[in-house]
Design a protein around this ligand. Structure first.
Ligand SMILES: C[S@@+](CC[C@H](N)C(=O)[O-])C[C@H]1O[C@@H](n2cnc3c(N)ncnc32)[C@H](O)[C@@H]1O
Length: 288
């Protein structure tokens, strides 16, 4: 019972202690992927990459799908505005996809036919970045003249696979389609050792234009000529470490769904492997 004259109990104000606001450290991001996509892209075999009907119609013998390019850019590029290079631009898949993702694409290509295709595809991209993207009619070896040192955020490329397109495709006997005989075409060099040396020279130039810490993904396939096997992926990656690259990792691009007429190679005399995959060599320039 309240006592008369007694002071009313004063309602105690509860003062919430507010912790001094310490700015939260923003986590360093190497890309903008959410966890689900990050996990998907981290799986070492990619089997679900497909060419669109338009890409199939383009007629370049070794075009890689824009879906592959987009997946690599979203994985190895921190965000929009990045500079993405392809010194063997072909029909422009890297440059065109980069421009569509608001990055600036730079390509070099020696075949006038493929340049026309690539530039046509680039014109159809309606982003501001497409206006700043370019496909040079130039040899990859002119890179130091065209691109500033340490200005590139990501390189994605696929060189000619030695002169293998000049010979019959054994796995499914599809017709031969090579890049033509342009002067300086790496796909016309006879000697494997010389071909590798030229690639090393080229990737030394790529190394110089990459920013420290940037990645260079090279799409390659191992080769066989008659009885001899050429492990191009490891031969090339090993040599590139002498230029300064770290061989960071490897993804297998499984293309089995594109081969619908496989034959039992060598049957029954000598067992031969049907190669239906390519490698994505993940090379990195040291962070300085
Ligand atoms: C494997 S293809 C690249 C295909 C490309 N990724 C695409 O999606 O269309 C290799 C390309 O390198 C080109 N090439 C060969 N030697 C070259 C050189 N020295 N400089 C620039 N391009 C070259 C060929 O004309 C061919 O288009």
């Amino acid at each position: 019972m309240p006592v008369r004259g007694a002071r009313k109990p004063v309602a105690r104000k509860t003062v919430r202690k507010v912790a001094p606001s310490v700015p939260r450290a923003v986590p360093r991001r190497c890309n903008q992927l959410d966890g689900k996509r990050w996990l998907q892209n981290s799986i070492s075999v990619w089997s679900d990459v497909r060419k669109t009907a338009e890409e199939q119609r383009l007629g370049h013998p070794a075009l890689f799908p824009q879906q592959l390019v987009a997946r690599l850019i979203e994985t190895f590029v921190a965000g929009e505005g990045a500079v993405v290079l392809d010194p063997f631009a072909g029909s422009g898949s890297t440059v065109v996809t980069a421009a569509g993702m608001n990055c600036c694409g730079i390509g070099l290509e020696i075949s006038s036919e493929y340049i026309a295709t690539g530039r046509g595809r680039l014109e159809a991209v309606a982003t501001e970045s497409a206006r700043h993207s370019v496909i040079h009619h130039a040899s990859a070896f002119e890179l130091p003249k065209l691109v500033d040192p340490e200005s590139v955020d990501f390189c994605l490329t696929s060189p000619p696979y030695w002169n293998i397109l000049q010979q019959r495709r054994t796995a499914d006997s599809k017709a031969i389609r090579h890049y033509g005989n342009n002067t300086g075409d790496l796909g016309t060099i006879e000697s494997y050792a010389e071909y590798l040396d030229r690639l090393v020279d080229l990737f030394r130039a790529v190394y110089n234009v990459l920013k420290p810490g940037a990645y260079c993904v090279i799409v390659v396939m191992d080769l066989r000529k008659k009885n001899r096997f050429y492990p191009l992926h490891s031969d090339l990656a090993g040599r590139l470490t002498t230029v300064g690259f770290e061989w960071d990792d490897l993804i297998v691009w499984n293309r089995q769904s594109e081969y619908n007429n496989l034959r039992p190679l060598g049957y029954p005399a000598v067992f031969r492997v049907n190669k239906v995959h390519e490698y994505l060599l993940i090379m990195q320039k040291r962070a300085g």
